[in-house]
Design a protein around this ligand. Structure first.
Ligand SMILES: Nc1ncnc2c1ncn2[C@@H]1O[C@H](COP(=O)(O)OP(=O)(O)O)[C@@H](O)[C@H]1O
Ligand SMILES: [Mg+2]
Ligand SMILES: [Zn+2]
Length: 330
């Protein structure tokens, strides 16, 4: 999928930061080792002078082969000596080599494939994460975490109809969400969160978004009104970044649509919304959809067939309790 130049630029900058960080860290370790074990510095100097001597031997002519062979084995012996000394002093024998986060491209972002230079998979993953980060800049992601979710807001009073307390029900939902985020993969199931206002649907879906993003997946969080107005504006503009945005919504690893049912859809945005959901379902890509509405109410806006499809595919979580926003303000 296509991304804007800015996204590529930001991703390349992050990649370069990864690489220089790894290299700087290796340099710092080298400096420390030289300070603590001066013998190693001496050996390293001699090793690099072996290279210069080898060049000189070639320039001077004579028995180049045996001269370089000799230097090579000397250099190897010294390298082994360095490794031995490093281990003796409590270092890893490869500690002078930068520890790149990707062993395939050494944090350059590029690899050779069939004689061509192509983007490494780690670069593509970072690209998606960067693009999602950009889109989520306005989402209230930071404050809603699993840690700040408090089960004490839910009553222990057993509900007569269901035989369980809101506390027990919400504890199950909470545990499910934690587990979902921890084990999220691109083939995870969708989730449908339903229940009244102020029961923690947004909070828990943002907590999932935080954790799944932290694990390196591309997550987009969007409220249904915002989504519909964006989809409907696409109709009128010829901006190519629109199709890019649509593509991201369709292809990101996890799409969270909050407050479905509070939007005012028009014919065009509804069609676009169907297209979006259909392409995600075809690709087997998960959603999290939150709503205050009942299934019947949702069917008034969207077709029964569509509602049953999205409800049929996902895991349903029914939130219960009293409005926490009100309780918090008491
Ligand atoms: N269990 C909880 N512990 C702590 N804060 C919560 C909890 N549930 C909801 N909140 C907070 O209460 C407010 C309303 O919750 P929210 O997730 O927006 O509810 P909903 O999306 O179900 O309407 C938010 O500020 C949210 O952070
Ligand atoms: Mg909400
Ligand atoms: Zn890589």
């Amino acid at each position: 999928m296509g991304y804007s130049k800015e996204i590529y630029k930001a991703t390349k900058a992050k990649m370069e930061e990864r690489r220089t960080n790894a290299e700087r860290k290796a340099d710092r370790i080298r400096e420390e080792v030289y300070r603590r074990v001066p013998q190693i510095e001496q050996l390293e100097k001699q090793i690099s002078s072996c290279g210069i001597l080898a060049v000189r031997a070639v320039l001077n002519g004579g028995d180049v082969k045996s001269a370089t062979q000799d230097l090579k084995s000397k250099s190897l012996a010294m390298q082994n000596e360095v490794k031995k000394l490093l281990v003796q002093n409590g270092y890893d024998e490869n500690c002078f080599e930068p520890q790149y986060s990707c062993k395939f491209c050494k944090d350059t972002g590029y690899v050779e494939k069939d004689g061509r230079t192509v983007y490494c998979n780690c670069f593509k993953r970072l690209l998606v994460a960067t693009a999602c980060e950009e889109l989520n800049r306005t989402a209230p992601l930071r404050l809603s975490t699993f840690d700040s979710f408090n089960l004490d807001y839910y009553s222990h009073q057993v509900d007569k109809e269901s035989g369980v307390s809101p506390y027990d029900k919400m504890q199950k939902i909470y545990n499910f969400c934690v587990q979902y985020a921890k084990t999220f993969t691109t083939n995870s199931k969708s989730i449908l969160m339903r229940g009244g206002t102020g029961l923690g649907k947004t909070h828990l879906s943002l907590a999932i978004a935080n954790e799944v993003t932290r694990r390196g997946f591309g997550v987009i969080y969007v409220s249904a009104p915002m989504l519909m107005s964006t989809l409907s504006n696409m109709h009128f503009s010829k901006d190519s970044s629109d199709s890019e945005y649509f593509d991201m919504l369709a292809k990101c690893d996890l799409l969270i649509i909050d407050d479905l049912g509070t939007e005012f859809p028009n014919q065009f945005s509804t069609t676009q919304f169907y297209n979006l959901c259909n392409s995600r379902m075809l690709l087997n890509k998960p959603f999290i959809i939150n709503t205050n509405l009942s299934i019947n109410e949702l069917e008034k806006t969207y077709t029964a067939r569509f509602v049953s499809r999205i409800y049929g595919e996902g895991i349903r979580l029914n939130f219960v309790g009293d409005d926490i926003r009100l309780r918090k303000s008491l």
